[in-house]
Design a protein around this ligand. Sequence first.
Ligand code: B3K
Ligand code: ZN
Length: 856
Amino acid sequence: HQSMRLADYRPPAYTITDVDLTFELEDHQTRVTAVSQVVRQGETQAVLELDGEHLTLLALTVDGEDKTPEQQTDTALVLTDLPEQFELKVVTEIDPANNTALEGLYKSDGTFCTQCEAQGFRRITYFLDRPDVMAKYSVKVIADKHKYPSLLSNGNLVERGDLDDGRHWVRWQDPFAKPCYLFALVAGDFDCLTDRYTTGSGREVALELYVDKGNRHRGYHALASLKKAMQWDEQVYGLEYDLGVYMVVAVDFFNMGAMENKGLNIFNAKFVLADAESATDDDYFNIESVIAHEYFHNWTGNRVTCRDWFQLSLKEGLTVFRDQQFSADMASPALVRIKQARVIREHQFAEDAGPMAHPIRPEEVMEMNNFYSVTVYDKGAEVIRMLQRLLGQGGFRKGMDLYFERHDGQAVTCDDFVQAMADANGVDLEQFKRWYSQSGTPQVTVQSEYDAKHQQLILTLSQHTPPTQDQADKQPLPIPFGVELVDEHGSRSEVLSLSESEQRFCFDHVASNPAIACLTGFSAPVKVKQTIADSDLIRIALKGQDDFVRWDACQTLFSQHIHQLAEDSSRNSSEQVSEALSELIAELLKSPPEDAALLAEMLMLPSFDTLSQQQDIVNVDGLLRARKLIVTRLAQEFATQWQQLVDERPKQDYAYTAEQANWRRLLDRAMFYLAHSELPEAETQLQQVYQDSDNMTQTLGVLTGCQQANLSLFDSLMSDFEQLWRKDSLVMDKWFSLHASRPQDDMAGQLESLMEHPMYSINNPNKVRAIWGPFAMRNPQAFHQADGRGYRLLTDYLLNLDSVNPQVASRLVTPLLAFKRFDLGRQQHMRQQLERLAEQATLSRDLYEKVTRALK
Ligand code: B3K
Ligand code: ZN
């Protein structure tokens, strides 16, 4: 397996301006005819190297004459002696029904569909499969009319007709030139939900949502979300939709969340279908955000696309930033920001600390699918957010306008984006560009001196980015560092610009020694090192103005106490948990913040993952024990309050409104503690909540509480739940996850029986993820068993999964990659399992890249 380097980028020797595709769809022998108009861009003797994988070549002509390739390999077709301009015809045969990798054209559950990003188009035909080759597509699809009444592709439907043999055909044309990764085709039998949208300038757009038969009633939220996103993008960025039709198709087999193919988004059904009985508030939230994300790609990704895949963050970081802005406008802004900070701290910091560390613009890639990462996406979005903070909302908008003015219809780089921002605002962003090229998590150390006599506060900030596996030397970055000073009189805040290794900032007229809250709004994706007293944390939590630092102060207070307790294994009693935590909870419950979602988050203990990110060598047993002790203590001490919150839950009919959803979040928290309270009536009360629930959020809240607290009620409710939902694929994923994340020591039998369930299939990524994701990523007790059995279970499974679907396998291996951060015993067990993977002769490129990097 070979790596590609950003430094080796060269423009293509030939480009393709137009392509005419014909698909004759059959399960095992689909015939694809591709007629491309090719134009030479490089020197006269340039060879044309077409990408192609898993293809059977049936015919090849240049300007109508048969052509013998100079060379044909497993991955390429090389042609020589070519005119300056010509028509290339390639006929290939593919086997969609046996395509379990779900890349290229595949058939799942009776539906044909495609996934071409990043490099799936080369599994459809021989082509220049790179984003800087942009062509206009005309697509003819021929298939059985009865089985596949809907035949869809990008752009506008221009012609259709019937054939004598029971087949029918359609022709689609996309007026916009696009890279082949945005090509899409769907053939199936769906229920279709339609609506209309009129853009600001009066363009009529037909909205069409295609779902499995019988699921129409679950499509309304997605459709409403789409309209909100369309309107929001017009209002906030002045961006309108540009075709007459916008189609969204929901499928059951999908490697990730969704895909932004021009005019024809393909979605994992999980991010489309929702109704109160079957979907949680989080599902509603995610649907709104993923629908918006894919819609926003129409400008940030499709109209302006990436020159090469190293530039992926150009479209992904920016589009995640845009979907976050949108979500914050739709729901609780505090909650949206907290969720995002959690993603960065739990997952992105972990990626930086491990063998897959890479900058948001990677420099070396073996398997591109491995770089659809939290770094490229989520840290990428944080980088855009910092730019916006630097330039202000107006300045940022000016930069966006200039970016589109300059680059509409082009395939460009991250540098082009930053240049547009710089030029539109007349600022120098050279140092800022380091955020694109430098990997790793900066640590900012905060020291303060208060001078009471002069009423002056001096803050000394210093930054240091520890070396990462991919990059030894690090340079100082420009870091917008928000601080809020909170004292008994009130608070004041400021965003400090830290750009050197160390800087001093002086605040005048500071009447008393304030509590110093750092990183207001999570102003930069950095770790903060600060010695701070419990009393200051409590003050920030209760009196701070910034929602993020209020929440963060609670997290820090919890963390400090959990770590202390974890390090001292002699302290086995919850009695010794500090009074500070009790004081915080008591005060929060007495005078809660207005936003119930914020309160719910403030009451939540940091996860095992967050806690483990705060340690150099993770103390698994200590952390699990200490966290549990503190939960139980708080559960018992405030038992009546939890009980009361549960009793006083609003009883109106379910609606997904911000107000209701925020309330239900708080109810979740209260039920979690109630389940741990050991009150004799707790189980009865929880059972009551389960019984009177009219929505999945509340139901799942009860189940999760019972599961975490190991109540016997859990088992009976789970069988009831299964009886009710066993025919519903998406709901059963929740049931699988609850079983797989149940804290216990031995999971072998449990996992075995889940995989015997009639709903389970190794071919369906949602099922695989519903079981193995929670086991490996949200069940530290089971996964990190000291004797290594958790690691072995995962590896046994990955060895099977890799040959079925390498992309999904490669995501699931992530927790093993972090082995160097564990104690020697666990380290050895994890390494052993990685070595088992490495020894597998047929290991996919996806897993090979991660495993070899980890073992290096
Ligand atoms: N662009 C796609 C992701 C494609 C992943 C390929 N392995 C979805 C998105 O980010 O919108
Ligand atoms: Zn995206």
